[in-house]
Write a protein that binds this ligand. Structure first.
Ligand code: ADP
Length: 161
């Protein structure tokens, strides 16, 4: 049985993330989305908000669940008895850091392997940061995020303008 984790900040989840989740959920038996508590970053959305948005969009994927975690990703994998880590690659610029992370994780925990999914072309430019930037200035983000995320971003930034 292949049990996988897909770790990230998901602040917020985008259609790029969702594309990776849907494709990965078809090749593994169980997929756990790990939402990172990162004390070094100040996220726009709270952990509860980030998890709720993901849960809403993966509700129709029976082998996908959502958890939060803090600390080393390999520890999170070990705790869940997962043997695979899923990551997305958007461009060559992602490659260098992702390869370094994957090799570090593999040397920390040899039982865990990383599987990379290359992004679908229409989402190759998408990041949570770009989406927040466009939403902050009132731009149209309907092609970038699921409808529930679009609504929450609008609510969040309505107070700023
Ligand atoms: P991090 O904070 O670690 O960068 P993110 O939540 O931004 O985490 O992303 C988690 C994972 O999703 C990473 O592997 C990242 O490369 C991937 N990812 C992010 N955006 C996209 C996208 N548009 N298409 C494919 N993969 C993506």
């Amino acid at each position: 049985m292949t049990k996988a984790i897909y770790p990230g900040s998901f602040d917020p989840i985008t259609l790029g993330h969702l594309d990776i989740i849907k494709r990965a959920s078809k090749v593994v038996d169980e997929l756990i989305i790990g939402v990172l508590i990162n004390k070094k970053k100040s996220p726009v959305f709270t952990m509860e908000e980030r998890m709720a948005m993901i849960e809403e969009v993966v509700a129709d994927l029976p082998n996908v669940s959502v958890q939060c975690f803090e600390g080393l990703t390999v520890e999170f994998a070990r705790k869940n008895e997962a043997n695979v880590m899923i990551r997305g690659l958007r461009a060559v610029t992602d490659f260098e850091s992702e390869m370094q992370i994957a090799q570090t994780n593999h040397s920390l925990e040899s039982e865990v392997d990383t599987i990379f999914f290359t992004t679908s072309l229409e989402y190759a430019f998408l990041s949570s940061t770009i989406v927040k930037e466009v939403a902050y200035y009132g731009g149209d983000i309907s092609e970038f995020v699921p409808a529930n995320v679009e609504r929450r971003l609008r609510e969040k930034f309505a107070k700023c303008r």
